[in-house]
Design a protein around this ligand. Structure first.
Ligand SMILES: NC(=O)c1ccc[n+]([C@@H]2O[C@H](COP(=O)([O-])OP(=O)(O)OC[C@H]3O[C@@H](n4cnc5c(N)ncnc54)[C@H](OP(=O)(O)O)[C@@H]3O)[C@@H](O)[C@H]2O)c1
Length: 304
């Protein structure tokens, strides 16, 4: 049985009283799909989704990542149904910056009105008076972080923070320049970018943020919609008596002390497997072997 003390230690978001276990949970996978529309509509088995959330909390997870555009609205409604009234220590991190039209696509939603209404959607569907952390998710390019000013939407979030509707602010899918820009507007407690064993564009960003005490929260820690596959990863996992997904998570946790992981799953078995990854110690030489998987051709996918 995993206990709170086992969840990879804790991390305090800078300038806050919010301390979370480094092993968290990403709730995106709790929404369903409708044909080609991913993260859309209710899941096939809502009770199973609720059970995943309750088991995560019972196991000591106190950091859940979500957005009101998952579903849309559905993931937050499931979180509320499963967990409200929320445990005192739970930190729910949500994000704004996109909306979901009926065709299931993900469309930029960054006007002041759209940012305000996204915050109110999150408050309503989560059943909260104030959101713990809101990430502004930049989307200048569908392929990944791309340059462009994020001053206007962050200024709106800062106003909502002044009004008491948001406690802390983070940013997602951002470049170094945007991180620097954001920090001039408002204190940033976390950065959430695409990063995993195979996708390693953010090596220097992670180290910079670690020096500043800012959390780095990799999304798609297991590869997202295309789960990680690699002979090296499988061989290492077999050698360590673990699963490839556990090794991928343990590698992230050992990569840097400011990394908080939010693996996503709709399966209670996978949740249990993922939580156990916090107990896995990867020897230094094996860390190096794993690190070589994505290093030579960053962002090229896993073949090794
Ligand atoms: N800021 C952003 O732009 C952004 C973008 C994407 C995601 N996110 C956040 O990041 C979180 C994590 O990302 P993610 O859920 O997309 O991707 P992920 O955690 O990398 O991987 C999730 C996928 O891996 C599968 N999986 C999970 N555990 C497994 C295991 N032990 N063995 C085998 N398969 C396993 C899941 O399927 P099952 O359901 O079958 O387990 C799901 O298909 C999300 O929940 C969301 O909160 C943020």
């Amino acid at each position: 049985m995993i206990t709170q003390a086992d969840l990879a230690g804790s991390f305090t978001l800078p300038g806050t009283s919010m301390t979370v276990n480094r092993m968290g949970y990403g709730a995106m996978q709790l929404s369903g799909r409708d044909g080609n529309k991913l993260i859309w509509g209710p899941p096939r088995d809502i009770d199973a989704a609720i059970a995943v959330l309750r088991e995560a909390i019972a196991s000591g997870v106190n950091h859940i990542d979500t957005s009101d555009y998952y579903g849309p609205h559905i993931t937050n409604q499931i979180i509320r149904k499963a967990l409200h009234p929320y445990p005192k220590q739970l930190v729910i991190v949500t994000k704004v910056g996109a909306r979901r039209p009926e065709d299931g696509s993900w469309v930029l939603a960054v006007s002041p009105d759209e940012i305000r209404s996204a915050v109110h959607d999150n408050l309503r569907n989560l059943g909260l008076d104030a959101l713990d952390v809101v990430n502004f998710r930049a989307m200048f390019n569908s392929l990944g972080p791309a340059e462009g000013s994020i001053e206007a939407p962050l200024t709106v979030l800062a106003e909502l923070q002044q009004q008491g509707l948001i406690r802390h602010i983070g940013i997602s899918n951002v470049t170094r320049t945007q991180i620097a820009e954001a920090k001039k507007i408002v204190p940033i407690v976390c950065v959430q970018n695409h990063y995993n064993l195979a996708h390693r564009a953010d090596e220097t960003i992670i180290d910079d943020l670690a020096r500043q005490g800012i959390a780095y929260v990799p999304y798609f820690p297991l590869g997202g919609f295309n789960p990680l596959q690699s002979t090296t990863l499988s061989d290492v996992a077999a050698h360590l008596g673990a699963t490839p997904m556990q090794v991928a998570l343990a590698w992230l946790l050992q990569r840097s002390p400011n990394i908080l992981v939010i693996p996503g799953t709709s399966s209670i078995e996978h949740l249990r497997e993922n939580l156990q990854a916090s107990r896995l110690q990867i020897p230094a030489e094996v860390m190096a072997e794993l690190g070589a998987i994505g290093a030579p051709r960053a962002n090229s996918g896993l073949n090794g």
